[in-house]
Write a protein that binds this ligand. Sequence first.
Ligand SMILES: N[C@@H](CCSC[C@H]1O[C@@H](n2cnc3c(=O)[nH]cnc32)[C@H](O)[C@@H]1O)C(=O)O
Ligand SMILES: [Zn+2]
Length: 430
Amino acid sequence: MDTLRITDGRVLRPDGTVEDADVLVDRDEGTILDIGSDIDAEADEALDADGCLVMPGLVNAHCHVSMTLLRGYADDKPLDAWLQEDIWPTEAALTPEDVRVGAELGLVEMIKSGTTGFADMYFHVPEVVAAIEEAGIRARVGHGVVTIGKDEEDAWDDIEESFDVAREFDGAADGRIRTAVMPHSLTTVDEEYLREATAEAHDEGIPVHYHANETTNEVDPIVEERDERPLAYAQDLGMLTDADFVAHGVHVDDEEISLLADAGTGVVHCPASNMKLASGMAPVQDMLDAGVTVGIGTDGAASNNDLDMFDEMRDAAMIGKLAADDASAVAAPDVLDMATAGSADAIGLPGGTLEVGGVADIAVVDFDAPHLTPATNLVSHLVYAARGSDVRHTICDGQVLMRDREVLTLDESAVVDRARSTVDALHERV
Ligand SMILES: N[C@@H](CCSC[C@H]1O[C@@H](n2cnc3c(=O)[nH]cnc32)[C@H](O)[C@@H]1O)C(=O)O
Ligand SMILES: [Zn+2]
């Protein structure tokens, strides 16, 4: 057996407590063999965690990873105008190779900020998959479908592509990759396609992921046309099961929150994107109180504008308190839980806790820094004071992806160079 030992750190346990302990990892199986201060075993490799907190890797539960290429491309606009005037015309010019380059850039950023798993909706997905295989991270991926503005044949082709991707890549990268069918949203995909695709996906045991209740501009037309709330419509379409998960859930009323809780459908809260596009404030504390599974995601880098889950945790806490008009709402331990176990649960991937027998998806955060001093309350610091750049080592599936801030699976400087020249060429084309 090939083993890795993370030594001399403090370990964050699933109940939120912290203990001085080593973590022993089985690198063949990618699992945690032991956690404790008196482990009696020689390891093949050691990773120093002195002065560090060993925590579960963060899980970014909603992303469009290749959108790193569009970072800073169009800011300060609402969702509709931003998508239709800037993002979609530019995305139409992206080649498969561009999507690969953008994905690699995003994955380097994720690994460098302690993210070990994510969910991704995009196009040219085989390129995203190839980048994930190389990077060593864990993901649930899918092809995003839009049917509005398309004739019937093109619309069905887009749906077919989503199924092709979901069938072909489930279990790829030694099982680190899972898939979903991903209709873009309840307003950008027409009813007949949503109904058929959902039924077919569930028949095959494939989850469905989509944007829902993100802006009032998206909610109001559904209410006017159907005289029902979007998530009641989604339920009628069969799109609210415990395997499915929605992004955003900003404008949800109490009945919709009950529907989500009863169905076990995960909601991915994307606070930075919601603030930047002025989409609104999700009632996160209400959802948690009702028992909804809530995860946290960055959304794409064009509406964030980074993929740092530490940033996202802080944003979630801040906007959660504002939304509830209550400083005790969306407290630090709940935020940390959402960004780890909640996200993993919402998107149906393993990880999110450090447990013997569980997957070894781990971030080692260095607390030896002025902005993390005094280390009074480590959970508080993770949410309110730490940054992605405080992560020292990142481990996924038992493999070291970053050691002492050096990414081992991708060549960081080559990835950054390629991203620069790809974007230059893109701007010349559009
Ligand atoms: N097949 C579709 C692409 C869908 S992929 C998912 C899409 O979601 C877009 N997107 C990114 N962030 C958001 C958001 O916050 N709300 C809705 N869509 C978004 C993203 O730009 C991408 O076009 C097509 O060719 O148009
Ligand atoms: Zn999105």
